[in-house]
Design a protein around this ligand. Sequence first.
Ligand code: T4K
Length: 398
Amino acid sequence: MAKTSVSDLARFGGQPAFAAPVHVGAPNIGNRERLLQRVNEVLDRRWLSNDGPMVRELETSLAQYLGVEHAIALCNGTLSLEIAIRALGLTGEVLAPSFTFVATAHAMKWQEMKPVFCDIDPLSHNLDPAKIENMITPRTSAIIGVHVWGEPCAIEPLTEIAKRRKLALLFDASHAFGCSHDGRMIGAFGNAEIFSFHATKYFNTFEGGAVTTNDGELAAKIRLMRNFGFAGYDKVVSIGTNGKMNEISAAMGLTALESLDEFVGVNFAHYQRYRSLLEGIPGLRLYPFNDAERRNYQYVVIEVSETVAGISRDLLLELLQAEKLLARRYFYPGCHRMEPYRSDPFYAAVDLPETEGLCQRVMVLPTGTAVDEQIVDRICELLRFVIEHAAGIKARLS
Ligand code: T4K
């Protein structure tokens, strides 16, 4: 808890700015009636999991929406990564950013692979392809690009490197459902892409995920792997796990698809409001999206420059939390600073100056249908007030 708060400074009459906590990642629910109708169908049918009709319908809808031949629904994004990694037959070292949710790295490690962390472009927050090539060794089998915040990473340069160096190319598109690149939906690039449909994603299936690909053979392998390797009753043809999505999750997904435009519309309106209200606050950079392409605007990301704002990201975050505004430090401190990577000698020489810098500056603010205009206004008011009074606040703390 901060030693002082904006409320202490009587900005909000001694009360926290928000009566109840305002979270990053509060889920979109969609049309409850439609959801409950579908849940009832599932219950009436007594078919709750194992490639049921809701999952099949969701897969067809996803493939159609993403313009990709195969969409395989899975139980979460992490298992989607793990299964894709196994199905692609990856071995040894895999190049990936450290600036991502730790699941990207853990999925590789869990599959006995070594994530090799590459630095990012400080403007896009995505992998810097110029820094990739000299990290490729004879043990490298793949590149995993992450479309951080839903802004596609450098797809063409990564594709070119992967082709030339004979590496597999997988994209962690957990943030990028509904986003496009060069007019094509994210989902059909590389050998495969994976999505997370976790509760905190703007399109959610409670827990869930998917692998999408145009490679039929790979898709068939993934279908086997998600169901213990079963190719029919009593017939197991490969190693597999339990990566299945259940019917209630699929029901949520089908319902959420019907509200997708509304969700993106709300996110976009909030994003624009943030953009205009945060303008001119010294030391704050709002992450810019390429508005010419489809974006989901599910993350409102700011960077705090301590030297210009006069306050560190961490003190700012502490003050906001004291006001019940639960902003988040995504992604802090970077995968390479987390276990088991941090104390593994393999990573001792890792040098990621851009990642290190960004991890100290970045903060994610609430958005989505759980947030209204008044909340966005108050968040911006708070940020402006704290930065305008940074010197005084710090003096009170010292
Ligand atoms: N790759 C990338 C790039 C990812 O971002 C992720 C997941 C993955 C892979 C793996 O996909 P999954 O296996 O998760 O499908 C959250 C999510 O759990 C995680 O899915 C997400 N990325 C990550 C960015 O955020 P935490 O550790 O921050 O979760 P937690 O419990 O602190 O909740 C986050 C916020 O959401 C809090 O403010 C509370 C709020 N919340 C959460 C839930 C579950 C709600 O308001 N309601 C809820 O039901 O990881």
